[in-house]
Design a protein around this ligand. Structure first.
Ligand code: SAM
Length: 387
């Protein structure tokens, strides 16, 4: 299914030296063009009635359980007087609202300041409306603000990294070529050309995969993630001391670049369905690529971010108390509304679903922590008692 190419996209394409865009440029346009981008021009992307469901849009339980982990981070950091929880890419602001409601009246509330860094001005406006009740506790920063005022606390994201633009490359004649996007006869098409930057493929050496890559089949296509590397550098610039907590779908580097994954992971998301037509409805559908968690670890280490733990969302949430919530539902009070109980149970199971949200990766990295702080075993990363 292909749709007319928006004029703004065509104009931009025409202005490029070789009339072609890298996939990262195309993805940036399709998601964030101020007038026509998916996150700028539309509302209602998140949740069962939108294009895709994220854990915060599914249920407040996600943010409530994360608040348990936040309190523990604060304890380990020595209960600082000012503790900042920075959410990067806050969508419609659901997580922030539920998290702030969850910590209301707790010890953490007195010291926690909530900060959001959001690329889309349209989503920022939605967040500001939703978070009006917490106006005094929340602020919105740009990445420039972040770099100049170092912060103690936690930099958190859920499904941010999968929304960062990627480059697409193809193994051809024993070398990597880049897949560009161009237009021909009113249709967006792919063309191969030399890499837009030789550094794009450094990731294979960084992950010790250079020998395996040489054996990939001709025509193998995949993605590389320089924007994720740049994002880590941005995080480190403003995090004086604390944690980076990343929740998203993805693979370790060897699974990402397995010989059998011949067409990478980049997909479009529209009305609750994944599909492969990346050029259908430019600006109206989400484009997303899996996260390379090994690359985040290796690039993070080079920036001083120590890998502290990695787990799956199902185990993480169970360790933080989701099992107790499920248990409570199996012992309903007399007079409980049965259909409501069943609905709630279904939602909790979806957060744990091993074929979907439950299988997401949860990566914890630490910056400028003492050896004792790094050695603390944190509740979300222990084996849950109720398994
Ligand atoms: C897939 S949505 C996830 C939203 C939300 N975290 C959730 O789980 O429902 C990705 C979010 O990241 C934002 N975003 C993408 N790139 C960003 C960047 N470089 N800095 C800040 N926000 C960004 C998008 O505008 C959007 O809010």
């Amino acid at each position: 299914m292909t749709q007319a190419i928006p004029d703004r996209l065509l104009e931009w394409l025409e202005s490029q030296p070789q009339r072609r865009l890298t996939m990262a440029q195309f993805m940036s346009w399709a998601l964030y063009d101020p007038e026509s981008g998916y996150y700028s021009s539309r509302t209602g992307q998140f949740g069962d009635r939108g294009d895709f469901v994220t854990s915060p849009s599914l249920s407040a339980d996600f943010a409530e359980l994360l608040a348990v982990q936040a309190a523990e981070f604060w304890q380990v950091l020595g209960r600082p007087d000012r503790f900042v929880w920075v959410e990067m890419g806050a969508g419609a602001g659901q997580f922030a609202g539920d998290f702030l409601a969850a910590i209301a009246g707790t010890e953490l509330e007195a010291t926690l300041h909530y900060r959001i860094i959001e690329r889309s001005p349209q989503l920022r406006r939605q967040q500001q409306e939703r978070l009006e009740p917490w106006r005094d506790r929340v602020d919105w920063w740009t990445w420039e603000d972040w770099a100049t005022q170092p912060t103690v606390g936690v930099a958190f994201s859920n499904e941010l990294v999968d929304a960062l633009p990627v480059h697409r490359i193809q193994w051809q004649g024993g070398e990597w070529q880049e897949i560009y996007v161009t237009e021909n006869a009113g249709v967006l098409q792919e063309v191969l050309g030399p890499l837009s930057s030789p550094d794009l493929v450094d990731v294979f050496a960084d992950l010790g995969l250079a020998a395996a890559i040489a054996r990939l089949p001709e025509g193998y296509r995949t993605e590389v993630h320089p924007a994720a590397k740049q994002w880590l550098a941005q995080v480190v610039q403003g995090l004086q001391r604390g944690y980076l907590l990343t929740i998203d779908y993805g693979y370790s580097g060897d699974r990402y670049y397995a010989a059998g994954r011949t067409d990478g992971t980049l997909q479009a998301y529209w009305q609750q369905r994944f599909h492969n037509d990346l050029y259908a409805r430019p600006g109206q559908q989400d484009l997303t690529a899996h996260v390379n968690f090994s690359a985040l670890e290796v690039w993070g280490e080079a920036l001083g971010l120590k890998r502290l733990a990695f787990t799956e969302q199902a185990l993480f949430l169970m360790a933080l108390g989701l099992g107790d919530r499920l248990m409570a539902l199996s012992q309903p009070q007399s007079g409980s509304d049965l259909s409501q109980l069943l609905r709630r149970r279904e939602v909790l199971h979806r957060l744990l679903d091993p074929t979907a949200l439950g299988n997401f990766g949860v990566l914890l990295q630490g910056l400028n922590l003492s050896p004792e702080e790094r050695a603390q075993s944190l509740r979300g990363f222990t084996v849950p008692a109720s398994l």
